[in-house]
Structure formats: structure tokens, C-alpha cells
Write a protein that binds this ligand. Structure first.
Ligand code: PLP
Length: 381
């Protein structure tokens, strides 16, 4: 029987009942190696778990199905996925375009690691396709997109940027961590590669670090698999299993994340202590129209700027009780953080520096009245 509904794929893709035991849940194949029936006689194609492991295969097939790609690859972290991708597609002399408010770790990888190996880059406002067109050079190999961005929640038009990239013979890479494949499917809009920190919404429970790549082209998938095996930053079997378990409930979790975020936004907009709320669901957000076209809903991430500047932002972060002060995002529990001093500290002094009055929320799936009341008491001066 074939199926294609998102939730059905999340629960079943790559996850047939175990052929020998009938186990409904894919087992944790906690093994590094596999017995061979005579030299080269592999059962099921597995020989060594850096190259492939059945629990990881299940996750990789599920990720490919959810993103509508031909191949998924699972890594030890989002950064490991990014590193493997960049080493596969870029070489000395090449050029990258990255968002001018990229995730701090991506900015650090490009500016502090790849630049040393002769890869140049420009940070561009990706919500402005003309600026991207102008920044393209003959040696540009990829446009790296985040939408919504971390932490400013800017929106980029994936289809428009795919056209610009392809006209220049470059790849369009989309970090889909904030939206998750439930809210946005970049490959269907023309992107070539989707990147994930599966640590976030895909895992969904703040208990595992992981990363993924999904591609639309089988040949690129082969090259990535070669580099994945060569560099070896793979997801371990237990991490793959935890991520698969999280994915099964992605759809219902995302619905609640989005609904709760909308209520939180309502409470923040117009609040006397809040200068500005950044959320693509707001009709006056500059990317609202594009977000309506390319996203199912607007996500669980909300950022806001405090009228009282950095001091007020730090005070709110210190005062919440249901929102936990912590880095990361996308788990069932609500988190609050100060990007300037926490997740984006590595951008200090650079053109990607984030405003010091900014607070970022990862709105969880708790009872929404508790979340709103917690924020309102923390906002009191
Ligand atoms: C948008 C985005 N991309 C990539 C990463 C890196 O992922 P990881 O922390 O799993 O290495 C993060 C982590 O916060 C992120 O927010």
C-alpha cells in the first residue's frame, strides 16, 4: 500500500515492522560491525556502522520522505551536517552567499573555518532578491538560506532565490530547522539541499543532538554519502532512534507550537515594555506575504525587542519561571534566551551582531495560559 500524508510518513516511512521479530518500532542496532557470510557476503548490505547502520537508515529514509527528497543523511549534529555539505560542494577559490543574520554557528563555520581554506563569502539580506543577484559571482557555488532566520525571524522567498541560484549554476541550500518539514518543504520550491539541526523540532524533546541533509538529486546524494563516510560525523544508533521517535509526533507538536506562539504574540504586541515583536505571522511583518505562500503556519519561534534595552531584556530572561533560560529550541518545553549574550555571542563585533535588547522565545506545548501569564509577570518592570 502506498501513502503520502505527512503524519503517516512521519510514523511509517523507513520504519517497516522488523522482518525477523515483528517489532513495530525500529530497534536500536547498537552494533559497530556485522557478521559476513563468507568474505564480502553481507546480509542486508551492512558492513560497518560508520558507513551505514539500520537504525540510521530508517531515520534517513524517513527524513527524505518528509522533505520530499531522494536521499537523507543523518549526522552527529547540525554543524556536522553543515560541515560535510560545505566540504562536498565548496573548494578553495569558491564563494558562498550566506544570510546577513545567519545562525551564529553557521557564520562561525563559514567565516572562521572555511575562510581559512580559501572559501570566500558575503553576508546578504536574503529578503531582498536584488541584493542577492548583485552579490553573485562567477565562483559562487551556493546561496545558503535560512527562513525564518535565527533569531530575527526574517523571511526569504525560496522559489525566487532558487531561480537566482540556478541561473548562476549555484546550489540553493535551505536550513529548514526553524520551520521543520511540517511547515515548509524547500525542495518542492526549487531548493537543492535541505539542512536540519534535528536537535530542534524534529527530535522535539531536547534530549538528543543531531543533524541532517536531504537532497533532490541522487548524484549529489551519492557525493554527500561518500563524504559522510569519509569524514565520519554520523548519527549514532541511539541518537537516530530518539530522533525517529520524536519525528512520529512532529505534526501534532508543530500545530500546538504554532497555536501557542500566536497567543504569546498577541500578549506581546502592544505591551508597554515591548518595542517590537518579530513574528512572520504578523500582517505587518515584511515577509508575511511570502511566509503565507511558502509555509503552512508561522512556527513556534518568537523574538521581541525591549524598550528598556539590554538591561530589560536580561531582566525578562532572568524572571520567567515556566520558560526556562537555556539555549536551543524546538523542544516540548518553552525556552527563553538572550541571543546577544548566548546563541549569537560569536557574532559580536561583526556585521551579523544581533541587537542587545532582543529576547528569543521557543514557545513550547505547555498550557498556553501558563506561558502567557509567565511572560506577563516577567515583563513587569
Ligand atoms: C538554524 C540552525 N541551524 C543549525 C544549527 C546547528 O545545529 P546543532 O546545534 O545541532 O549542531 C542550529 C543550532 O542552534 C540552528 O539553530
Amino acid at each position: 500500500m502506498s501513502y503520502e500524508g505527512f503524519e503517516t510518513l512521519a510514523i511509517h516511512a523507513g520504519q517497516e515492522a522488523d522482518a525477523e521479530t515483528g517489532a513495530v518500532v525500529v530497534p536500536i542496532y547498537q552494533t559497530s560491525t556485522y557478521r559476513q557470510d563468507g568474505v564480502g557476503g553481507l546480509r542486508g548490505g551492512y558492513e560497518y556502522s560508520r558507513t551505514a547502520n539500520p537504525t540510521r537508515t530508517a531515520l534517513e529514509e524517513c527524513l527524505a520522505a518528509l522533505e520530499g527528497g531522494v536521499r537523507g543523511l543523518a549526522f552527529a549534529s547540525g554543524m556536522a551536517a553543515e560541515d560535510t555539505l560545505l566540504r562536498t560542494i565548496a573548494r578553495p577559490g569558491d564563494h558562498l552567499i550566506i544570510p546577513n543574520d545567519a545562525y551564529g554557528g553557521t557564520f562561525r563555520l563559514v567565516s572562521k573555518v572555511f575562510e581559512r581554506w580559501g572559501v570566500s563569502w558575503d553576508a546578504v539580506d536574503l529578503s531582498n532578491p536584488e541584493a542577492v543577484r548583485t552579490a553573485i559571482r562567477p565562483e559562487t557555488v551556493a546561496i545558503w538560506v535560512e527562513t525564518p532566520t535565527n533569531p530575527l525571524l526574517n523571511i526569504a522567498d525560496i522559489a525566487a532565490l532558487a531561480d537566482i541560484a540556478h541561473a548562476a549554476d549555484a546550489l540553493l541550500v535551505v536550513d529548514n530547522t526553524f520551520a521543520s518539514p511540517y511547515l515548509q518543504r524547500p525542495l518542492s520550491l526549487g531548493a537543492d539541499v535541505v539542512v536540519h539541526s534535528t536537535t530542534k523540532y524534529l527530535g522535539g524533546h531536547s534530549d538528543v543532538v543531531g543533524g541532517a541533509l536531504v537532497v533532490a538529486d541522487a548524484e549529489l546524494g551519492e557525493r554527500l554519502a561518500f563524504h559522510q563516510n569519509s569524514m565520519g560525523a554520523v548519527a549514532g544508533p541511539f541518537d537516530a532512534w530518539l530522533t525517529l521517535r520524536g519525528i512520529k509526533t512532529l505534526g501534532v507538536r508543530m500545530d500546538r507550537h504554532c497555536a501557542n506562539a500566536e497567543r504569546v504574540v498577541e500578549a506581546l504586541v502592544g505591551h508597554p515594555e515591548v518595542a517590537e515583536v518579530l513574528y512572520p505571522g504578523l500582517p505587518d511583518h515584511p515577509g508575511h506575504k511570502v511566509a503565507v505562500d511558502q509555509m503552512r503556519a508561522f512556527g513556534g519561534m518568537v523574538s521581541f525587542r525591549m524598550r528598556g534595552g539590554e538591561e530589560a531584556a536580561l531582566r525578562v530572561c532572568a524572571k520567567t519561571k515556566v520558560f526556562t533560560l537555556a539555549e536551543s529550541l524546538g523542544g516540548v518545553e518553552s525556552l527563553i534566551e538572550h541571543p546577544g549574550k548566548m546563541t549569537h555571542a560569536s557574532t559580536a563585533g561583526s556585521l551579523l551582531e544581533v541587537p542587545s535588547d532582543l529576547v528569543r522565545l521557543s514557545v513550547g506545548i505547555e498550557t498556553v495560559d501558563d506561558l502567557v501569564n509567565d511572560l506577563l509577570q516577567a515583563l513587569e518592570p
